[in-house]
Design a protein around this ligand. Structure first.
Ligand code: FAD
Length: 476
């Protein structure tokens, strides 16, 4: 099979991802995508043309050696393929599931010029699962201990990737996490049906085995400040990776009514605190059964919110988005899955006011229709209200998923850190060094809400710089 001509390879169709039946999965929280079999993975890998200049790599924010790992898959050497990816990406089982490959590596894939691009993300996911399930995550050798102590604040992808590199460099690494579970958005935001929590746990457990000290329920800025970590606790460097977890609201009348959640609160209650198993788990969440539920926004968070509401039994679960489907930032796969599951999309529509009953419970939303004008600062066409188009839609629950800003806790308690006007920490891009000596930052707290792979890449950039810094702090 390896001897296939380019034409033969081009003639192989993209292998579909096996998935749970749409009607069935809309009623459970089990993973939607079931993953490639060995045969499907090998067949998909044979579609790769093994280009002399693999431009797909230019599309990967962390430069995974895509051509090499796919070659190993085609040969059936799945474990080596996983190790090859891990040279550049320590969380392939996660990125293979949630990365927007269609806008990154797969968008550059040469096969995609004529046919569907090679399913790089699905292959990444397959080999990572193969390693974890069949051979176990590889344990790495730790260099001689350096005696240096590093504090990492936040256990999302930025914090975890930084911790992985720094522990392997021989430093003592402590990760402080505000919540009671580790993994950041990977556990509290992205639902089980897209990213099973056992995968994140396996990665965290591997880091624990390497000696990373995780402290949960530790809110830095409250339990200890960044300065106290360095002057009292003796940490030689700090990496701030606290993400962007402060939800934005729409500031329209009625937004304080009962039955209106931020997406963060709704998803945290359901995912992290297992509200979908109430009363087995003691976390109440709005009873969605036979109710009409609207989620406002068009990103991945909105898709996760509305699909969660559907799974909790909503009669009508809809996305209300003020632009058109072409401007929606959510991944195409997620939108497609949502449509299959019976989610309703109401485009070019904006909420003006929430309406409640005498007891303060949401009963309806007042909406207006929009049309698209010229592109705005984001490059997307600006939505403009259509006069006289207002109407009332009955709903009993609303989820606001229009984005997040940075949590002010660190900002308020850490003098000397420079911020931009959106409240994100300013860093030097090539090192993630902040304006405060010995303090580095990366992930969503620097970029604003972005992606898992960018956060992970930032953690790795910071780890390299922290290594250099620790060798000679006076030069920094
Ligand atoms: P986070 O993952 O936010 O982790 C930060 C951690 O820091 C949290 O655990 C938080 O509790 C902790 N923390 C905060 N303050 C403190 C403090 N003071 N002390 C101690 N700990 C603190 N990206 C994709 O690529 N694909 C997707 O499909 C996708 N879907 C998403 C769905 C949802 C619902 C959301 C919300 C985001 C999604 N994203 C997706 C974005 C992605 O998850 C983030 O870009 C990424 O997780 C950012 O990583 P991070 O490490 O910077 O921060």
């Amino acid at each position: 099979m390896e001897e296939l001509s380019k034409k033969d390879r081009m003639n192989i169709p993209r292998q579909s991802m096996p998935e749970q039946d749409a009607l069935e999965r809309a009623q459970n929280f089990k993973e939607v995508n079931l993953g490639y079999t060995e045969e499907l993975a090998k067949m998909e890998a044979l579609r790769c043309l093994q280009c002399p200049k693999p431009v797909c790599i230019d599309g990967c924010p962390v430069g995974v050696k895509i051509k090499d790992f796919i070659h190993l898959v085609a040969q059936g050497d799945f474990t080596e393929a996983a190790y090859k990816i891990k040279e550049d990406n320590i969380l392939p089982a996660i990125c293979g599931r949630v990365c927007p490959q269609e806008e990154q590596c797969e968008q550059k894939c040469v096969v995609g010029n004529k046919n569907d691009p090679v399913a790089i993300g699905r292959l990444e996911r397959f080999v990572a699962d193969y390693e974890r399930e069949k051979v176990g995550l590889r344990s790495v050798e730790i260099k001689i201990k350096t005696g240096k102590k590093i504090a990492i604040i936040g256990s999302g992808p930025a914090g975890l990737s930084c911790a992985a590199d720094l522990i392997q460099a021989g430093h003592e690494v402590t990760v402080f996490e505000a919540l009671h579970e580790l993994g950041g958005v990977l556990v509290y935001g992205i639902p089980e049906f897209r990213l099973p929590k056992e995968i994140v746990k396996a990665e965290v457990d591997a880091l624990k085995k390497l000696g990373v000290d995780f402290r949960t329920n530790a809110v830095i800025g409250f339990t200890d400040t960044v300065d106290e970590l360095m002057t009292v606790e003796g940490y030689d460097a700090v990496f701030i990776a606290v993400g962007a977890g402060l939800p934005y609201f729409m500031s329209i009348p009625g937004e304080n009514l009962n039955g209106i959640y931020s997406a963060n609160e709704f998803l945290t209650r359901v995912n992290l605190m297992k509200a979908y198993k109430f009363p087995e788990y003691d976390t109440p969440v709005f009873d969605c059964r036979d109710k009409d539920i609207a989620v406002f926004g068009g990103g991945n968070t909105a898709m996760d919110g509305v699909r969660t509401a559907k799974r909790l039994g909503a009669r009508r679960a809809c996305i209300i988005y003020r632009r058109s489907d072409a401007e929606m930032p959510a991944r195409i796969e997620e939108v497609h899955h949502a449509q299959q599951e019976g989610i309703e999309f109401i485009f070019l529509t904006n909420p003006l006011e929430f309406i409640g009953d005498q007891d303060g419970w949401l009963t309806a939303v007042k909406l207006e229709k929009m049309e698209l004008g010229e592109p705005d600062a984001s490059g997307r066409r600006r939505p403009i209200p259509i006069k006289g188009s207002e109407y009332i839609m009955p709903i009993q629950m609303a989820v606001i998923a229009i984005g997040n800003g940075s949590n002010p806790m660190i900002r308020k308690t850490t003098p000397g850190l420079e911020y931009n006007k959106r409240g994100n920490i300013v860093v030097q891009e090539d090192t993630m060094k902040t304006s405060k000596k010995g303090v580095f930052a990366g992930g969503d707290i620097v970029t604003g809400g972005a992606t898992v792979i960018l956060a992970m890449g930032a953690g790795r950039t910071a780890s390299k710089a922290i290594n250099d810094y620790l060798k000679n702090p006076d030069l920094w």
